[in-house]
Design a protein around this ligand. Structure first.
Ligand code: SAM
Length: 278
């Protein structure tokens, strides 16, 4: 089975390999058959369609297994972007793999990666969160849990919740962080703005258009921590019992995320105190 990424807006964003695979497919599993028809008609593709969405994924997967067993060529697409990324697909893929059939990804558009590529946020890592919970309590708990993670955070959001979600991000995360609001990517009204996080709620409120369309939100990594918290000091002490100062400081920094130079200074202090104490 081929897992085929499709456009997130601009119908031209489809790879040559994706088109060839979809043309050769006997059956294309898709989230919404009308939506898929729009894309496929645009490219003159007339395969049989099979609906596979979050409410029937297991049953649809059974049908796919039957088709694959009968030697049919099957492709899986979602409404937009990469199947299985905040979209159905994972359960069908698991069932197909478990039955011993090959699963081949055909990479292509993905809204989070498109936003990252144009954001200019310089961070070694990013964490794809996708959609936050719709309920306010659960959403705020998840954001609190994400706060210490040393990575750019990537969220998806719908227009009817964008204001609440951005307000919670601005309320709970450090004011030094920046946000990139990437709206309507690859479409007519594409807009990508980078703002200090505390300024984002006012930017959204300033113009109704700022809250329209589909959104990726990227939040820059947390500011480097200054000083050493109790947990980092505990880790440092354990490592210092076994390792030289420099190595202990480096490893403690990797484990805890605390600044290496601060840990190094602290390690020298601890060593001096230990040496002084005999
Ligand atoms: N599978 C898709 C992918 O690979 O990006 C994501 C599907 S998810 C159901 C839809 C969400 O992705 C939207 O609510 C929005 O947050 C984001 N998204 C999809 N297309 C987008 C676009 N053109 N511009 C900005 N965000 C988009």
């Amino acid at each position: 089975m081929s897992i085929v990424a499709t456009p997130i807006g601009n119908l031209g964003d489809i790879t040559l390999r994706a088109l060839e695979t979809l043309r050769q497919a006997d059956v294309i599993a898709c989230e919404d058959t009308r939506h898929a028809r729009h894309l496929l008609d645009h490219h003159g593709i007339r395969a049989q369609l099979l609906a596979l969405h979050e409410h029937n994924e297991q049953a649809a997967a059974e049908k796919l297994l039957g088709l694959l067993a009968a030697g049919k060529r099957v492709a899986l697409i979602s409404d937009a972007g990469t199947p299985g990324v905040s979209d159905p697909g994972a359960r069908a893929v698991a069932a197909v793999r478990a039955a011993g059939h090959a699963v081949t990804p055909l990479p292509g558009p993905n809204a989070a990666v498109a936003a990252l590529s144009a954001a200019g946020l310089d961070a070694p890592a990013f964490l794809f969160v996708g959609f936050l919970p719709a309920k306010v309590g659960a959403r705020r708990t998840v954001i609190e849990g994400l706060k210490p993670i040393a990575a750019t955070l990537a969220f998806y959001e719908a227009p009817h919740r964008i204001a609440e979600t951005v307000a919670d991000l601005a309320d709970l995360l450090e004011p030094e962080r920046e946000i990139v609001v990437a709206r309507e990517l690859t479409k007519l009204f594409e807009q990508i703005v980078r703002l200090p996080l505390p300024a984002a709620p006012a930017w959204l409120a300033a113009d109704d258009n700022h809250r329209r369309g589909e959104f990726v939100l990227l939040v820059s990594a947390p500011p480097p921590r200054v000083g050493i918290d109790a947990e980092s000091e505990r880790v440092l002490k354990l490592l210092l019992a076994e390792l030289p100062v420099k190595q202990a400081a480096r490893l403690a920094s990797e484990i805890t995320g605390a600044a290496k130079n601060e840990l190094y200074r602290k390690a020298l202090e601890i060593r001096a105190a230990t040496a002084g104490g005999g």
